[in-house]
Design a protein around this ligand. Structure first.
Ligand SMILES: Cc1cc2nc3c(=O)[nH]c(=O)nc-3n(C[C@H](O)[C@H](O)[C@H](O)COP(=O)(O)OP(=O)(O)OC[C@H]3O[C@@H](n4cnc5c(N)ncnc54)[C@H](O)[C@@H]3O)c2cc1C
Ligand code: SF4
Length: 545
């Protein structure tokens, strides 16, 4: 049944579209806003939580931040046309809602900055076109590099490398440079000083707990709504404490800079089971929703370095993530979309293991990373890259399926940042645009960087046998499956040489166990009594069939 049209609102000059990841009061879309003639348009729609299964935490974060933005704009005396998720007649798609709004307000012009996802960009442009309303796309000043500047950077280069882009950005924005314009400390990159593990003793105690942001009345209403509307989606809303306003996002940044930044670089790659936050900043979601400006973040970190409160290696390591990686992945996204999402350079076609939706697996590292992801909507970079991402790569999961999973389960997921990280950096499906070689490793890497293996029934050193670590088995199987392709990659020379040394019987034992893992839906053959019950029953059913 179609919704009854609302009364026509006359005389709207600009209808300014603000999407859930565009909550920037200083956006160019609001430049020249005249309260008497212009209006802001925002909509909550189920489609954005359902086109990929979105975590309840992610949905709640977006909706709560949107409602806070709406209220702040109304407090400035601006008109905000806002469609709530349960508003009568909500078509539950953004294009559908925009079409409805355009029919009602008939503005002279639609104004917005580009959406963070190709699909929406196209859908909204099509809605404007079919309503016959001109669309003015304004440049997005949140980012430090425009898609056009990235184009120029990429032009004529055979191969893109983040490190060169990052150096250009440091120079262009004058970040961490000495008086001569050279990098502070005499080098661009302090990676070799970073990346320690916690060792057997674990992280120093007490760990600096991140600041919490208790839900206010607006957030509590959203939590109830999301729980009711998406009961089967993953995510535990009872512990929701993300910042949802620019003021709280700023407090979260200050909390990080004061308490965790000094040890960020050192422990940025370390994992400790049961400790989801460690020394990470937890500001990606606030930045991606544009509650927090990356310039503010970079300046705050640089200040700590220059005043000697934070080691240069930690500050540089952090700034590289924001000024380097974050801008770089956005450049890659807009340079290569729309075909980028279709890439599958390794021809991977396995389904996503069902335990990615439950966390129920005998593999301790995956159980921990998946468990915290599904509950909190958060895992840090190395958990995403070298645990959940690595396993999917080694198993040979279809890159589109794992991309959809990452886009749904993390609070900070917006396609421009998620897709190049997942499909490119983690799955090597873009054939080397994001990463110069596939990020592959055996379980020994996870053993070195975490405590997960100590409580696991598998042995990270073994590739075959009852207790062989599935990561290790699948690592060798990956090299065997892609031996020819990898031979052409200089950076894989050592690994390719090692695989060439395997005897015929070692090869067939590895292949047999890898196949058994695939047939078991990504789970190795079970040893009775060692798996979570559900997984054990599945494994038994598989054995019988
Ligand atoms: C497979 C995969 C998927 C990812 N998906 C997302 C995503 O959907 N959204 C997202 O924001 N990040 C994504 N990342 C990058 C990174 O994992 C997260 O930005 C980070 O874990 C967020 O937590 P934090 O704020 O505590 O980050 P910190 O560890 O404190 O890092 C600081 C900041 O640097 C930026 N950053 C760090 N690494 C990257 C990177 N590779 N790309 C872009 N920005 C980076 C983030 O803004 C982050 O807040 C993904 C990485 C991988 C390997
Ligand atoms: S042994 Fe293998 S599966 Fe188990 S925790 Fe270590 S890396 Fe993960």
């Amino acid at each position: 049944m179609s919704a009854r049209p609302r009364a026509v609102v006359s005389g709207v000059r600009h209808l300014v579209v603000v999407l859930g990841d565009q909550l920037d009061a200083g956006s160019t879309a609001l430049d020249g806003f005249e309260a008497s003639r212009d209006a802001i348009w925002m909509a909550e729609v189920a489609g954005e939580s359902e086109h990929v299964v979105s975590s309840k935490v992610r949905t709640a974060l977006f909706l709560s931040a949107m409602r806070h933005f709406r209220d702040a704009q109304r407090a400035l005396g601006r008109r905000v046309e806002y469609v709530e998720l349960d508003s009568p007649g909500n078509t539950q798609t953004l294009a559908g809602e925009l079409a409805r709004a355009l029919a009602v307000s008939r503005p002279e012009r639609l104004v917005m900055v580009r959406a963070g996802e190709w699909r929406l960009d196209q859908d909204l442009a099509a809605a404007a076109k079919s309503a016959g309303v001109p669309l003015e796309l304004r440049p997005d000043r949140h980012f430090l590099c425009t898609p056009e500047e990235f184009h120029e950077h990429a032009a004529g280069r055979k191969q893109l490398r983040m490190e060169f882009f990052y150096r250009e950005m440091r120079r262009r924005h004058g970040v961490l440079l000495d008086e001569a314009g050279e990098p502070l400390g005499g080098q661009w990159n302090f990676d070799h000083d970073n990346r320690e593990s916690f060792g057997k003793e674990g992280p120093p105690r007490p760990l600096p707990a991140p600041r919490r942001f208790a839900p206010d009345a607006t957030t509590r209403a959203v939590l109830q709504l999301v729980e009711k509307r998406f009961p089967r989606h993953p995510g535990d809303l009872s512990v929701f404490d993300w910042p949802v306003t620019p003021e709280d996002a700023q407090r979260a940044l200050e909390d990080f800079v004061t308490h965790r930044l000094p040890d960020f670089g050192r422990y940025q790659d370390a994992i400790w089971c049961g400790e989801p936050w460690l020394y990470h900043s937890l500001i990606s979601a606030a930045m991606n929703l544009k509650l927090l400006d990356p310039r503010t973040v970079v300046a705050a970190v640089e200040r700590e370095v220059r005043t000697g409160k934070v080691p240069l290696a930690a500050g540089e390591g952090f700034i590289r993530q924001v000024l380097g990686w974050r801008e770089y992945v956005r450049g890659v996204y807009w340079l290569h979309m729309p075909d980028y999402v279709e890439r599958n350079a390794l021809g991977a076609k396995e389904p996503l293991p069902s335990f990615y939706w439950t966390g129920e697996t005998a593999m301790s590292c995956l159980r921990d990373a998946l468990g915290q992801t599904l509950r909190l909507g958060y895992a840090h970079h190395i958990q995403r890259l070298m645990v959940t991402g690595l396993y999917s790569l080694l198993l040979g999961v279809d890159p589109k399926r794992i991309h959809e999973w990452y886009l749904g389960v993390y609070v900070d997921a917006v396609e421009w940042v998620e897709l190049p990280n997942t499909l490119g950096m983690s799955q090597y499906a873009d054939g080397g645009v994001m990463a110069s070689k596939p990020y592959v490793a055996t379980g020994k890497y996870i053993q070195r960087m975490s405590n997960a293996c100590a409580s696991c029934r598998f042995d990270p050193a073994k590739a075959t046998g009852e207790d062989a670590c599935p990561f290790t088995t699948l690592y060798w199987d990956f090299l065997l499956r892609h031996e020819t392709l990898l031979r052409g990659n200089q950076r894989m020379a050592l690994q390719v040489k090692n695989v060439a040394r395997l005897s015929a019987s070692e090869r067939s034992a590895i292949r047999a166990r890898a196949n058994a893992i695939r047939v078991g839906g990504g789970e190795p053959p079970a040893e009775e009594g060692t798996l979570p019950l559900e997984t054990e029953l599945r494994a038994k059913a598989f054995k019988r069939s």
